[in-house]
Design a protein around this ligand. Structure first.
Ligand SMILES: Nc1nc2c(c(=O)[nH]1)N[C@H]1C(S)=C(S)[C@@H](COP(=O)(O)O)O[C@H]1N2
Ligand SMILES: [Mo]
Length: 167
């Protein structure tokens, strides 16, 4: 019984030790969650290993630039969003909330990203002119070929959340 107070003290102290551990070296990651079959967290390396497309676009100042990236659809597919013939009816109201590290957000309706609906590939870019994205943009940036205003070209993307209005 004499040990009980010590055990209690230990039990109370252990979580403090656990929280005091240095956070694991956090690799840049992209979270995909919300209305999906299963949530995903992809590291920069995992994103780099997915099939890429290169697009030549003009940046917001009009300077030509080549981005390389993964079609957003390819990432959503791996999180098992509703696909194929399932993308009709109620699924037509699904949208993707793109979330950045500075709190900036932008929305794409799912059909905008879906090859059966659109020839345009909205990309999660991880390279610019053959190099990793600069810190101000990376590690991931949305690139929307053909979209003149760049309000949805979200920099420093940390998450894609698939959502649906509730009513
Ligand atoms: N994370 C984040 N991304 C963002 C913004 C922002 O404020 N935060 N601004 C958007 C707007 S309004 C524009 S016009 C473009 C500008 O891109 P640039 O800084 O590469 O020229 O970034 C877009 N992406
Ligand atoms: Mo903008």
């Amino acid at each position: 019984m004499r040990f009980l107070p010590k055990l209690l003290a230990l039990a109370l102290f252990l979580p403090a030790i656990a929280f005091a551990q240095p956070a694991p070296q956090s690799e840049p990651a992209l979270r995909i969650g919300g209305v999906v079959g299963h949530s995903l967290v992809l590291t920069g390396r995992e994103v780099a290993a997915l099939p890429h497309q290169a697009v030549k676009v003009a940046d917001e100042k009009g300077t030509p630039v080549t981005y390389e990236g993964v079609p957003v659809f390819e990432v959503l597919r791996r999180a098992e969003i509703p696909l194929g013939k399932d993308l009709h009816g109620k699924s037509m109201t699904l949208y993707v909330m793109v979330i950045a590290s500075d709190g900036y957000r932008a929305v794409f309706a799912l059909p905008e990203l879906y090859p059966a609906f659109s020839d345009r590939s909205v990309l999660i870019a991880d390279r610019r002119d053959g190099k990793n994205l600069p810190l101000a943009e990376g590690p991931f940036r949305i690139v929307v070929p053909g979209e003149k205003r760049h309000g949805r070209w979200v920099r420093n993307v940390t998450a894609l959340k698939i959502e649906q209005p509730t009513d």
